[in-house]
Design a protein around this ligand. Structure first.
Ligand code: SF4
Length: 173
């Protein structure tokens, strides 16, 4: 499973969503969403502050070591974590013994915390099902109510990812 296609933002008005009766999800920590395929982990300002503090690094050092700017044909560049050459997240580690996992788990970005309640995954039941095909945690376990899900969507909207306008978009507002 890819790490993300990128948050698309919430639609302003929605009809009764397909998840009105709630959705089930309990992460099995299989790491499929953190590894194997290229993807993006976009960062908000809050994410960046939490990670910098957790790693006791300066912002510049952190950005140069762990981040990349992702170009977009339709808008400004977005700030993402880097990935390794094998497409694992830069923070995914495999200890000598025991299962591997996220080395910054307690400081992980909102995008990781909010999965699978991302705007584009919740855009339709088909999108939810497609994503669930690659995630053994979806459609099992804890029931998230529609209110729980809306709260995740609202939080993502309130903590937008960091962008930087390129020359092409500086003139366009
Ligand atoms: S169960 Fe799903 S969310 Fe949890 S690590 Fe696996 S793919 Fe990721």
């Amino acid at each position: 499973m890819e790490k993300s296609k990128g948050a698309s933002g919430l639609s302003g008005s929605r009809q009764k969503p397909f998840y009105a009766s709630g959705l089930r999800f309990s992460c099995t920590r299989c790491s499929a969403c953190c590894r194997y395929e290229s993807g993006y982990v976009f960062l908000s300002r809050k994410d960046l502050g939490v990670l910098v503090k957790a790693l006791n690094m300066g912002y510049t050092e952190f950005m140069e070591t762990y981040c990349r700017w992702v170009p977009s044909l339709a808008g400004p560049e977005r700030l993402s974590l880097r990935e390794k050459s094998n497409f694992d997240c830069i923070f995914w580690v495999q200890p000598q013994e025991g299962p591997g996992g996220c080395s910054v788990y307690n400081a992980r970005p909102l995008q990781c915390r909010a999965f699978p309640f991302w705007p584009h995954v919740l855009g339709s039941q088909g999108s939810w099902k497609d994503t669930a095909a690659d995630c053994p945690g979806m459609e099992h376990g804890r029931l998230y109510t529609a209110e729980d899900i809306e709260a995740w969507l609202e939080r993502q909207e309130a903590e937008p990812i960091i962008i930087r306008k390129t020359e092409r978009f500086k003139g366009g507002g």
